[in-house]
Design a binder for this molecule. Structure first.
Ligand SMILES: *Cc1c(COP(=O)(O)O)cnc(C)c1O
Length: 363
């Protein structure tokens, strides 16, 4: 936590706004809007997953529809497609950003259209904080008239050509889950330039109550609004977001400066115009065996590191879903490792991690 979260939470208690609405919710939305850019409208929600669910629904996705989704991601990017009875179609990554490949995306769209169905939406992800190829992906999306849901759950604070992530899709989503760069313990947001999308999101997130003195419903609704208590935490967290980005980037820079000379280890650099919040510091090793050697060397000293996200097209739950893969995400999954990346890591922690890796590689 930063320094003001407790103050804002206390305000919720003092004013007795212990509800999924209230001044903190509105002020948190304003703060996010201010941070991203003032053209956007923000709906604070109970989770990033809820935001993706609502985004899909607002874009008209329903039973039997197809939705294109980056395969190399966390399962929460894809699960909401299933909530709606729609079918995810997975698309592999390119090597410059590890995100959805514009070429494979176009190939997938053409093939799905040829097979009789035009996909309803595209879920593209800024993985580990690195922006996807926004212009190239948007060009493909525009060519076929398919809206993009920008999964920016890991990329708050990242920018592409100077503009903040979260502002590029027809709808963007953010997460404030406990593991993200800033947190409300659990929480998320839907971000959009279209004010009607925001209104629809708030309507659906608050049980879809029609305007009437009694309880009247003509849509299925959800209980997805953010708590006013948690929004108090969010107000404090957004004040320290830039500090968190600086801390995460400095972790990455330390790892790169200390390990970059080793031929067994590669780092993903920022293409021109890309700025990553470096939510997690990841490395690519030379092989699966090498990655496991490093992972176990750290584990022996009680340090946790983790393989990259396992691609969705390799997951048992999605094994029957179509996928357009060229082996890139499988290779990244085999050889990639997320190193300890917390904003509160101290220099001696980083030095200890680096020393263990160097020791293992020079054995
Ligand atoms: C965390 C995450 C989500 C889901 O956000 P929650 O707030 O945890 O529901 C979605 N997509 C990606 C890529 C994530 O990392």
């Amino acid at each position: 936590m930063g320094s003001n979260e407790q103050t804002y939470v206390d305000e919720a208690f003092k004013t007795n706004w212990i509800a999924p609405l209230g001044p903190n919710v509105n002020l948190f939305e304003d703060a996010i809007q201010n941070y991203i850019n003032n053209d956007v409208h923000v709906a604070a929600l109970s989770a990033g997953t809820a935001a993706i669910h609502l985004a899909l629904e607002i874009l008209g996705v329903s039973h039997g529809d197809e939705v294109l989704c980056q395969s190399l991601t966390f399962s929460a990017s894809a699960n909401p497609i299933k909530y709606l009875g729609a079918d995810p179609i997975f698309v592999d990554s390119e090597r410059d950003t590890w995100n959805i490949s514009p070429e494979l995306l176009e190939k997938a769209i053409k093939d799905r259209i040829a097979k009789g169905k035009k996909p309803k939406a595209i879920v593209a992800v800024h993985l580990y904080g690195m922006p996807y190829k926004v212009s190239e992906v948007q060009a493909v999306a525009d060519k076929y008239g398919i809206p993009v849901i920008e999964d920016s759950a890991e990329a708050l604070g990242s920018t592409y050509n100077g503009l903040k992530c979260g502002s590029f899709g027809e709808i963007g989503i953010l997460s404030f889950n406990g593991n993200k760069i800033i947190t409300t313990s659990g929480g998320g947001a839907l971000v959009t330039k279209n004010e009607d999308h925001k209104k629809k999101a708030v309507f659906l997130a608050t049980q879809a109550r029609d305007e009437a003195p009694h309880y009247q419903h003509s849509h299925v609704g959800y209980n997805y609004r953010m708590s006013n208590v948690l929004a108090g935490i969010g107000r404090g967290q957004i004040e320290v977001l830039d500090d968190r980005v600086a801390a995460r980037r400095s972790n990455f820079e330390f790892y790169k400066a200390s390990l970059g000379h080793l031929e067994e280890i590669e780092f993903l650099s920022e293409p021109n115009g890309y700025f990553s919040n470096r939510w997690l510091s990841c490395i690519l090793t030379t092989s699966y065996e090498m990655r496991e050697r490093i992972r176990y060397a750290l584990l022996e000293d009680d340090i946790e590191s983790r393989p990259l996200w396992k691609p969705m097209h390799m997951q048992p739950i999605f094994k029957t879903s179509p996928n357009y893969s060229d082996g890139t995400s499988e290779d990244l999954f085999d050889r990639g490792l997320c190193l300890p990346s917390g904003s509160n890591l101290e220099k001696r922690d980083l030095e200890r991690i680096v020393a263990l890796i160097i020791k293992e590689l020079t054995k």
